[in-house]
Design a protein around this ligand. Sequence first.
Ligand code: FPP
Length: 258
Amino acid sequence: MLNKFRLRKKQNTSSTLRDKIEEIKKMPVPEHIAIIMDGNGRWAKKRALPRIAGHHEGMKVVRKTTMLANDIGIKALTLYAFSTENWKRPKNEVEYIMKLPEEFLGTFLPELVKNNVQVKMMGYKDQLPVHTLRAIEKAMEETKNNTGLVLNFALNYGSRAEILDAVKQVLNDCKNGILEETELNEQVFSSYLMSSTFSDPDLLIRTSGEIRLSNFMLWQLAYSEFWFTDVLWPDFNEEHLLEAVEVFQKRQRRYGGL
Ligand code: FPP
């Protein structure tokens, strides 16, 4: 009896979710969503678990979020997985996070391939452990011809460093006659950033109740809509993503106009 009730409840939930998805698809969805996945440590602490347990649970949420984003027609999903500042964390935590791309892609790459998802990465590759980079490059290679959602991991990424490097590159190109100073505009500058193949995020989501950007896509988020939630990343589910998209669909974007 109890099992029957549970089953009915589950079926109702998933049909509600499907209805919501259909409803959301009737209106334009954001082309590019960027997410600051925050709160893994607090999620673990609440359960008296080590912080890395929160990161592991967070990895599972990456899969669910990717699949739903792909399903509703999002073109790009950028996930802030590790910042240039995160190296300051305890060695065991850093080492654990650096193993997650292997575990994630080792487990889910066939599913990503099957669902036409393309894997990309933005960040400073040089400092990444070889095993981390190898896993990501393999996934990038195997999915390079996919035309569905682009799943972009921001890994060892920092926006100020990115902007400074772009400025240096612009100066260099001007010095070498590759670029005329008069040609430099916002669009040209964007092409010097790590996100050059992406449109700017339309929607930024940050979980865990923190209301800050933490050195994430400072240039690219200039006109994005922001959606903050108290939900910790490991608890973030399909309903939350749909809610964020629904809120986005109700916003009026004016880009400084009226
Ligand atoms: C921030 O939460 C989270 C991170 C720095 C790591 C995020 C990584 C994942 C969600 C897994 C990524 C998966 C793949 C496949 C790369 P926090 O640790 O700062 O949480 P806290 O603020 O509660 O301590």
